[in-house]
Design a protein around this ligand. Structure first.
Ligand code: SF4
Ligand code: FES
Length: 158
């Protein structure tokens, strides 16, 4: 596990729930004032979500995301801590969309992944260009979810 992200353990990570329900498309959780989306394949157990707002992100509940469990601005603030970009959000009304960090930053984690935040255009192996604000990219080439890290490589042992 990645020491820098303080992973709590597989049983408490949202991915342990998500792995039981594999999905290619991000899953949407609609609340009254915010929709939260979760991309299973990009979740790297950082646990910022369950630590930051356990009343909204609780792997012991079904569904594990309860978007109305806190004020939408607070939900959005915690989602922006998700380093992998697995969690994203849309506010229901005139609220602001996520502003990319400026300047864009790139950091290599101790496990080797490239951790990016900013106004990103990420190209998939199929040639699609995705606009992202947060991403952790595979640096070893082993990931089955390229270009994102999925912990298949040596990084999974860190
Ligand atoms: S913060 Fe993001 S990467 Fe971390 S456990 Fe939550 S969804 Fe997964
Ligand atoms: S760096 Fe994590 S799978 Fe490649």
């Amino acid at each position: 596990m990645h020491a820098g992200f303080g992973v709590q353990g597989a049983s408490s990570s949202p991915r342990s729930y998500a792995e039981a329900m594999p999905s290619k498309e991000p899953k949407a959780y609609d609340g009254k004032r915010i929709t939260v989306t979760y991309d299973t394949g990009r979740c790297l157990h950082a646990a910022e979500c369950v630590r930051g707002l356990p009343e909204v992100f609780d792997s012991g509940k079904r569904p594990w995301v309860q978007p109305d469990g806190a004020e939408p601005e607070r939900v959005a603030e915690v989602i922006r801590r998700c380093p992998s970009g697995a969690l994203q959000y849309r506010l229901a009304c005139e609220g602001p969309t996520e502003e990319p960090d400026r300047p864009t930053t790139v950091v290599r984690s101790s496990a080797g992944q490239l951790v990016l935040r900013g106004d990103l255009r990420v190209t998939t192996p199929e040639g699609a260009v995705r606009r992202e604000t947060r991403a952790m990219l595979c640096a070893c080439g082993v990931s089955g979810n390229q270009p994102f890290c999925d912990h298949s490589g040596a990084c999974g042992n860190d």
